[in-house]
Write a protein that binds this ligand. Structure first.
Ligand code: ADP
Length: 511
């Protein structure tokens, strides 16, 4: 492996753990293992006292028991959010910004504890969890600033007697449903925008990872964010659909923001039809990662590792298909395998772990089924290809070559540490393959041919493109997809618009 490749990889791993040395650890993870949900500024149990367990996916250890809430508690949370909205929308943008910054600063002081919660309930290595907290916090800071720049318009009037204006107003109560793969950042990204816009929220975190959500409430309370503005309803898998139904069907909820699978997103969209709700959906992906003959292959390997194996491949923008042009195919496979062979699989809390467990055994079974299907149809395993000895939630990081279009990996999102490598002949074929899916979240390609770069960037049917780059996220960019990967954008100067209505006002009789 080249020296440059090694140093780039070190940089990459360092970038996952930015700021970790400057963190003040004032609350440990164990003292942040919450036991109640958070509604209207109160820490409350389920009405019938029922709870469900939150377990560490690395070893199955019980971390906490949290309330298993149902429709009734969700309605209560919505009512409180609706009452709180009447007051929160009248805070000035500056007042909201000051509170969000306070929230940001308190969480920044407690980054280490927040990261440990993420690792404990999600399993990702601590260095990556620290990176997730930094990423999530950057949205709170971003939207605290953006909230001060919600400008309307004064429109040139066609009539001397009329003055025309656009006002921007918060949409109201937002139901926010979030996934387990970035349990803290996905909440901070959406809630940060909603609160800055003047909305109040009821969050339903994923049943596997409710503690990160509750931790954000704990610090919101400390920051002085008023009761009812941020509410978190926790529930087990058994009650997910009834809680979701209340959020989608309540006339008091004006918007649903969902991050998760396309299948669930479609259910939520259908349920939101009767109340004609605003929705924004950040759904599944099936990203292609294309390496053209002209590419810097070492750089492509660094990008591929960063994009594919972060979070053990459990991110929506993770490449599901590596498309590599024939001249560089063998070199890319060989170099990728060398890097993957250095991964350390284990408990995310242990020093040196680069690959944690998957979220549950069902996820491992899916990866295994994709591997078995590929092998049965002629794929050649270069590394991995089996469950890992560390335990039932672990899968060995895997690279398979000679992948063909008829294999499951080419049509389904694997959501795990499997890099399937497909050989292609020319640009037309690569773009056709990349676009041959109903998903359109992210796409990546490596090329040094400037004309090809423009062509392919324009031709990929996705919301986000990484060109000679594997890490593409930032609070300043518009994150989101097209096709069945979603609606709306998060982050950037556009993200706050998802939580705002435009009201046209016409002032007559001026002269
Ligand atoms: P995954 O399959 O990766 O777990 P999901 O889309 O099922 O992705 O889950 C993402 C979020 O959606 C989680 O908070 C989960 O509880 C929630 N969810 C799943 N099904 C429903 C549903 N029918 N109604 C409301 N929320 C749901």
């Amino acid at each position: 492996m080249s020296r440059k490749l090694v140093s780039d990889l070190k940089l990459l791993i360092k970038s996952f753990s930015t700021h970790c040395t400057s963190i003040q650890q004032s609350r440990s993870a164990s003292s942040l293992a919450f036991k109640n949900a958070y509604i209207n500024g109160q820490w409350v149990p389920a009405e019938d006292g029922r709870t469900f367990p939150v377990r560490n996916p690395a070893n199955g250890d019980l971390i906490s028991e949290v309330p298993d809430m149902q429709a009734k508690e969700t309605e209560t949370a919505v009512n409180h959010a609706s009452d709180a909205f009447k007051r929160w929308k009248n805070y000035t943008a500056i007042e909201r910004s000051i509170l969000l910054k306070k929230w940001h600063d308190i969480m920044t002081k407690n980054q280490e504890g927040l990261a440990q919660i993420v690792t404990a309930e999600n399993g990702k290595p601590l260095a990556e969890a620290r990176g997730e907290i930094t990423y999530g916090l950057s949205f709170v800071e971003w939207f605290a600033e953006e909230g001060k720049r919600i400008y309307g318009d004064v429109i040139p009037s066609a009539f001397q007697s009329k003055r025309l204006l656009h006002l921007k107003q918060p949409v109201g109560v937002c139901g926010i449903i979030t996934p387990w793969n970035s349990p803290s950042a996905m909440i901070l990204r959406t809630v940060g925008a909603a609160l800055a816009a003047g909305c109040t929220v009821v969050v339903k975190p994923a049943e596997d990872t409710p503690l990160s959500a509750l931790a954000t409430c704990y610090f919101a309370e400390q920051a002085g964010i008023p009761a009812g503005v941020l509410n978190v309803v926790t529930c087990s898998q058994q009650h997910v659909s009834e809680v979701g139904r209340v959020l989608c069907q309540s006339p008091k909820v004006s918007k649903i923001s969902f991050t998760g699978s396309s299948a669930t997103g479609k259910i939520l969209m259908k349920q939101s039809v009767d109340t004609v709700k605003r929705v924004s959906m950040e759904l599944g992906g099936h990203a292609a990662f294309i390496v053209f003959n002209s590419a810097d292959v070492d750089a492509a390997v660094v990008g591929a590792v960063a994009a594919k194996f972060r979070g053990a491949g459990q991110t929506c923008i993770s490449p599901n298909r590596m498309l590599v042009q024939e001249e560089v195919y063998d070199e890319f496979c060989e170099k990728l395998v060398k890097v993957v062979s250095q991964f350390v699989v284990g408990d995310g809390q242990e020093d040196g772990t680069t690959q944690g467990p998957l979220i549950h055994e069902k996820a491992v079974n899916k990866v295994d089924s994709h591997v078995k299907d590929a092998v049965a149809k002629g794929g050649k395993v270069l590394i991995g290809g089996e469950r890992h000895v560390k335990g039932p939630t672990f899968y060995s990081p895997t690279v398979i070559r000679d992948i063909t279009e008829d294999m499951l990996v080419c049509s389904e999102e694997t959501f795990g540490p499997l890099a399937p490598v497909i050989k292609f002949k020319n640009e037309e074929e690569a773009v056709l393959l990349a676009n041959s899916t109903r998903f359109g979240l992210a796409g990546y390609f490596y090329s040094q041919d400037i004309r090809q770069i423009w062509r392919v960037a324009e031709d990929l049917e996705v919301g986000m493109v990484g060109i000679n780059e594997g890490i593409i996220f930032s609070p300043s960019i518009a994150f989101g997809g097209i096709k069945e990967s979603g609606l709306g954008r998060e982050g950037s100067k556009y993200g706050i618009d998802e939580y705002l209505n435009i009201k046209y006002t016409c002032f007559g009789g001026i002269c």
